[in-house]
Write a new protein. Structure first.
Length: 138
């Protein structure tokens, strides 16, 4: 079964800055890609809703969304240029006080960029790995 598990994972945000994880399986990626762009506001209706869980989560929202064949995406009159990032400085990360189960927003400068390596993972899958040092610029 080739391409099993392929999906598009997104973090969507409303006008209040509330973020929620959304996913789109391979069947709908092309259609969603026509309408959903970074920084462009859209009205999105008829999505699947389920509880968010797992060890690593992209947002702290208790729900997650799933695009499906009934999802309707239309233009929105709302405009806002904010990227709604919640940047965290490196000292806060190093302090250990942040919840390690949630992905955080950081900006840094890449240094010591290594070579792209192909490594074996669980189940015999091959993945690509790129090691680098991220230096705080904030």
């Amino acid at each position: 079964m080739k391409d099993v598990g392929e999906s598009l994972e997104l973090i969507l945000c409303d006008e209040n800055g509330t973020k929620i994880h959304a996913s789109c399986n391979k069947t709908y990626i092309s259609e969603v890609g026509k309408h959903v762009r970074v920084g462009v506001w859209r009205n999105i209706d008829r999505l699947g809703v389920s509880g968010a869980g797992g060890r690593l989560r992209s947002t702290d929202h208790k729900y997650r969304l799933a695009f499906n064949g009934n999802t309707k995406i239309t233009e929105s009159a709302y405009r806002d240029d904010s990227m709604f990032l919640n940047l965290v400085d490196f000292k806060s990360i190093e302090s250990g006080l942040l919840n390690p189960n949630f992905i955080i927003d950081v900006i840094g400068q890449v240094q010591d960029l290594g070579d792209l390596e192909t490594i074996g993972c669980n189940g015999g899958k091959q993945r690509q790995k790129l090691e680098f040092t991220l230096v705080d610029i904030w």
